[in-house]
Ligand binder design. Structure first.
Ligand SMILES: [Zn+2]
Length: 232
């Protein structure tokens, strides 16, 4: 038997019995995860591992390129997962998490890689804004690695903007109940960068320093009083 597949018996015989109290509580009380993380499907980027999360802590959606299609373009798994997390579970923090050495982001820099993968090519259309920002606004003489890093960070920014097109997310942001986070995992250095929404730059997450947040919890209503006062 495949050695990895065989480890499931270890879960049944060792892991579950040691955490039976936690699983019993989650089974009887239901889940109330503390955050939604949308990350790449890359096997080296494991949200629960990075967050040191236990079962029940984190609602996770993973796909190639940590992409969130804009609301109106696709009624798919990501849109439904986001809506369920926000409406049914009341998640207050959403993290879009990209990473170094990302195959999807490499394909945005080297289009020729996509010719045998038409579905990946179509999926990555949701990242074309990041591709064009990188082409138009970064120096032309960047190294390959620098281009891939740039498009990866810009892609996180683009997917965060797509999140805001989802009505449930937009409404939660307006009420001040949802904050957005953009993270980048450097799998070579074991370091996480976070998008600072005020500067638009990614900075290292450091213990003891305030966490960089892409869009903090804050009530945002576009109209002036009396609408705002009436709602408070
Ligand atoms: Zn990736």
């Amino acid at each position: 038997m495949n050695e990895l597949i065989g480890r499931v018996f270890s879960f049944e015989s060792h892991v579950f019995p040691n955490q039976s109290a936690l699983y019993n509580r989650l089974a009887s009380d239901g889940q109330s995860p503390k955050a939604l993380m949308i990350s790449c499907a890359d096997s080296r980027v494991v949200p629960e591992h990075i967050m040191q999360a236990d079962p029940g802590d984190l609602f996770v959606c993973r796909n190639a390129g940590n992409i969130v299609p804009p609301f109106a373009t696709q009624n798919g798994g990501v849109s439904s997962t986001v809506e369920f997390a926000v409406v049914a579970l009341g998640v207050r923090d959403i993290i879009v998490c990209g990473h170094s050495d990302c195959g999807a982001m490499k394909a945005l820099v080297h289009d020729e890689l996509l010719s045998p993968m038409p579905n990946v090519a179509a999926w990555l259309r949701h990242s074309h804004a990041a591709q064009q920002v990188t082409r138009d606004s970064y120096p032309a003489d960047l190294s390959d690695a620098e281009k891939i890093r740039a498009v990866t960070l810009e892609n996180i920014v683009v997917q965060l903007s797509h999140l805001r097109t989802h009505p449930s997310v937009a409404s939660g942001i307006a009420r001040g109940e949802i904050a957005l986070h953009g993270w980048f995992v450097d799998i070579h250095a074991g370091q996480i960068l976070g998008l600072d929404g005020e500067t638009g730059r990614f900075v290292a997450l450091r213990e003891g320093v305030s966490l960089p947040v892409a869009l903090p919890h804050a009530r945002r209503l576009a109209a002036e009083a009396p609408y705002v006062q009436a709602a408070e």
